[in-house]
Design a protein around this ligand. Structure first.
Ligand code: F6R
Length: 248
């Protein structure tokens, strides 16, 4: 995967935001939609902040933007302080002008027997939107993209998954204890992600250095779902110096 290294996370955020901004402006002048695939977590916060600034200060218009979020915990009430739906509203959606009907996030509050149909429909909605133009990703310490934990196949689509203990451990603080972290999640699959036209996977900070090395330089394996990005023609790893520190 081509790797772009920046001295600071702010420069990495600027780079990714600029590419997203350019595509939105280009599509807006052609009157066509821009379809974005979006993550939650600590990594993309700076990009969201920069996109909000562009909206407020430089008239970046999101009225034709369509979004698909990667994942949501299951079960999870959409109003819970732990829900990704609420996190996205507070971090990004409440601050730009994306029409509500253009926003898609896996629902964590549907009955178990409806999950499969919901996931199939999520895939169909992505197709109907014309596919994802730019997919933004973080990477978990298990090598996951979305919540595609070790063992997720290259072809996997949106589905309910069991979270890896490492991932649940990393979430424990924000849930005020491991016992409060859900066991499951609904996530777009590796296959869903690889269908995107362009992919930015971001990693910031020293704690990501070992997994960045495995994803970029290691073998392509289900054990590190981010390693499948090595075969994507338009995937770029955007890292700061700390996250790149183990690369040869
Ligand atoms: C979140 C997601 C995850 C995170 C990953 C990194 O929607 O899909 O794959 O991107 O766990 O999380 P942070 O950025 O918090 O280190």
């Amino acid at each position: 995967i081509p790797t772009l290294m920046f001295e600071t996370s702010a420069e990495a955020d600027k780079h990714v935001s600029l590419v997203i901004e350019s595509l939105i402006r280009e599509n807006n002048s052609a009157g066509t939609p821009t379809v974005l695939g979006l993550p939650t977590g600590s990594t993309p916060i700076g990009v969201y902040r920069e996109l909000i600034r562009l909206h407020n200060e430089e008239d970046l218009d999101f009225s034709r933007v369509v979004t698909f979020n990667l994942d949501e915990y299951y079960p999870m009430d959409s109003t819970s302080i732990h829900s990704y739906r609420r996190w996205m509203n507070e971090t990004f959606f409440d601050h730009v002008n994306i029409p509500e009907e253009n926003i898609h996030i896996p629902k964590g509050d549907i009955p178990r027997e409806e999950v499969e149909a919901f996931c199939d429909d999520y895939e169909r909605q992505i197709e109907r939107a014309g596919g994802i133009d730019i997919q933004l990703l973080g990477i978990g310490r298990t090598g996951h993209i979305g919540f595609n934990e070790p063992g997720s196949s290259r072809e996997s689509l949106t589905r309910k998954v069991t979270l890896d203990p490492v991932t649940r451990g990393d979430a424990a603080d924000s849930f005020f204890g491991l016992e409060n972290v859900p066991m499951e999640a609904i996530t777009m699959g590796v296959g869903s992600i690889l269908s995107a036209g362009k992919i930015f996977i971001m990693a910031l900070g020293e704690h990501k250095a070992p997994v960045v090395k495995r994803a970029v330089e290691g073998e392509i394996t289900e054990e590190v779902s981010a390693s499948f990005l090595q075969k994507h023609p338009q995937a770029v790893f955007v890292v700061d110096v700390a996250a790149a520190s183990k690369l040869t």
